[in-house]
Design a protein around this ligand. Structure first.
Ligand code: DP6
Length: 358
């Protein structure tokens, strides 16, 4: 995990900036928008931003008067620059930059330049491992640095991908729902830095690194349209859960943190099942992991490991450093290595546990 905005590392030249941004894993899930265009959520969410040097996006943005048009490459492949969310982020950054041009001599000819964007993830893209969160956080941070924009720009990252606003900060981060119609108060805030809870560890168990069948954007649209459970969740469950979770983080109370993390993941996947037609993100291996974690916790009479799953079958486990060797051994035992690419299983430990093939 990382601290504060320091997790974005700029390498600035006159017209080129490189940043890296880590993924974040929600313990209170965001699922559902009340405003599709502005990407405003139906409930607040809370997440942990992982370590900079593990799962992260790295983006270089360059501006030059020689460039004929804006262009973007993702993992080495040129993509359409016309994607609406990309255009939204570029447009918002340029709008802010224009606003402060009169007070900024450093801005020079930057506003007349086209930009080239080059972004890479060091982990499977679109596999339900928060790749768009890291990607848009990194893009917006790099553009903000390039155009000399200071202050919070999480409301711009949010319009790229909702969960991206939480990757703008390190440590424990919440994304407030906000009340304003223009979405200006739906922003990310750090509630505690990473070193607030140094014993907390995260294991990412990659069950399947392939692209997910139903993307988050489309999936949550259908859920909001068709599920009664999602309305109940947003109105009656998440508000108090968010408070309890914030308190558990501040008090470093792993029992409450772990229990809410697992319950919230389960309820999110229940809303997917309540979607019509239903969406299944978990597969059989995911379910085995859930059973294993509960059996392990029952054996010890307390929560020693907590799972959470995003929009895919890959598990993320939260645990404390003292239990890490045992949990790793458990996973080695029950999920022996396989070389089958579609169902590859390995564990990544964060922040300072090396990647382990099972
Ligand atoms: C399950 O942020 O990817 O990971 O805003 O449509 O881009 P869009 O969705 P996205 O959704 C993430 C959903 C989640 C839960 C979470 O990270 O809170």
């Amino acid at each position: 995990m990382e601290n504060g905005r320091a997790n974005m590392k700029p390498v600035t030249g006159t017209s080129q900036v490189t940043c890296t941004a880590p993924v974040n894993i929600a313990v209170i899930k965001y699922w559902g928008k009340r405003d599709e265009r502005l990407v405003l959520p139906i409930n607040p969410s809370l997440s942990v931003t992982l370590s900079q040097d593990q799962l992260c996006a790295r983006t270089t943005v360059a501006a030059s008067l020689d460039f004929k048009k804006d262009r973007i490459w993702l993992n080495g492949q040129e993509q359409s620059i016309d994607a609406p969310r990309l255009q939204k982020c570029l447009g918002e950054i340029r709008r802010l930059a224009r606003k402060r041009k009169h007070e900024e001599e450093r801005m020079g000819d930057l506003l007349g330049c086209c930009v080239h964007i080059c972004s890479e993830n060091n982990f499977p893209t679109a596999a339900g491992l928060a790749s768009s969160a890291a990607g848009y956080a990194c893009l917006v941070q790099s553009l903000a640095k390039l155009f000399h924009i200071d202050g919070d720009v999480s409301h711009i990252a949010r319009q790229g991908s909702g969960s991206a606003c939480r990757s703008m900060y390190g440590g424990f981060v919440e994304w407030t729902m906000g009340k304003m119609e223009d979405g200006s108060d739906s922003i990310a805030k750090q509630i505690a830095p990473a070193d607030h809870w140094p014993e907390l560890r995260v294991l990412v168990v990659v069950v399947n690194a392939g692209k997910k069948a139903v993307g988050s954007t489309e999936g949550m649209q259908t859920t909001v349209k068709t599920s009664a459970l999602i309305k109940y969740r947003a109105e009656h469950v998440v508000p108090s859960r968010q408070e309890e979770m914030r308190q558990a983080v501040l008090e470093r109370d792993f029992q409450t943190f772990g229990e809410i993390t697992m319950k919230d993941s389960n309820q999110f996947h229940a809303t997917c099942l309540d979607t019509y037609p239903p969406i299944f993100y978990l597969n059989e291996t995911s379910k085995h992991i859930i059973h294993l974690v509960h059996r392990y916790n029952q054996h010890h009479g307390k929560i020693r490991a907590a799972y959470t799953f995003d929009a895919g079958p890959n598990a993320v486990l939260y645990l404390l450093q003292e239990d890490l060797p045992e949990v790793l051994a458990l996973f080695h035992h029950f999920f022996p290595a396989t070389t089958n690419n579609s169902e590859r299983q390995f564990v990544r430990g964060l922040p300072d546990v090396q990647r382990k093939e099972l």
